[in-house]
Design a protein around this ligand. Sequence first.
Ligand SMILES: NC(=O)c1ccc[n+]([C@@H]2O[C@H](COP(=O)([O-])OP(=O)(O)OC[C@H]3O[C@@H](n4cnc5c(N)ncnc54)[C@H](OP(=O)(O)O)[C@@H]3O)[C@@H](O)[C@H]2O)c1
Length: 260
Amino acid sequence: MGRLSQPRHVLITGASGGIGAALAHAYAGTAERLSLCARNEARLQSVADACRARGTRVDIRPLDVTDVDALQAWVSSCDARQPIDLVIANAGKTLNVGPQGEAESWADTKSLLATNIDSALATVIPLIGPMRQRGHGQIALVSSLAAYRGMAITPAYCASKAALKAYGEALRGLLGPDGVGVSVICPGFVESDMSREFPGKKPFMVSADQAATIIRKGLMRNRPRISFPFPLNLGTWLLAMLPAAMADFILQHISYGRSR
Ligand SMILES: NC(=O)c1ccc[n+]([C@@H]2O[C@H](COP(=O)([O-])OP(=O)(O)OC[C@H]3O[C@@H](n4cnc5c(N)ncnc54)[C@H](OP(=O)(O)O)[C@@H]3O)[C@@H](O)[C@H]2O)c1
């Protein structure tokens, strides 16, 4: 699979704000149909109105993606309406340790894993069979540069994004021969409600629109991994290559470790 044609039907989870909304705007005007979900109906509606104004049909569904039965029923109904060319499992949440280094509670951790892992996999799995059968389709999983190396200030988030990265890499090998592309998206810091909650420094932050442009370009090229921005991508990649003790030392000194 080389450069792909424009997707006609794009499904995006978590499209009421941040990266998901910016992606919806990026595909509006060229895609025939967008299927968007998130919990906040008013915000979803305003994203849909802006996309419709550019000539794209938009179906929205207010939905909590942790209700995986409802999520999967919605995904399948969207595919039945018009075959989905591109699915972007984007909905996600974050979690940080407490200001005094208090560990994340099990309740919070469980909720994060349900949103970031279970729901992302539940979004794409119903489309694997139909896409394989059609010999066409693309799956994108929104992971993070935090997938490369665990950081003490956000353990469960890093673990959830590492799981998505591994799953996407595996799925690409499985589905590529059937004509289905799989990309793992690893953004660094992107301006959004989520990044505002992050307690550490946010170097090389890009806007959600800039992120959407980079992601869209990478997906057109069926890139296995869409990691950005370059300096942070290189830094996190190197960090993962270093001996663990050296990486811990560096993280401690750039405020992503726990200070004593
Ligand atoms: N921003 C960054 O710096 C950054 C960096 C790397 C990776 N990412 C990843 O990029 C993705 C998008 O994040 P963002 O930065 O755009 O954050 P955001 O502005 O907080 O947006 C998150 C989106 O996910 C939706 N969502 C969250 N929980 C949901 C649930 N249970 N059910 C349905 N929708 C849900 C939210 O909508 P509702 O609240 O309306 O449900 C919202 O549309 C996430 O997977 C995140 O981990 C972000």
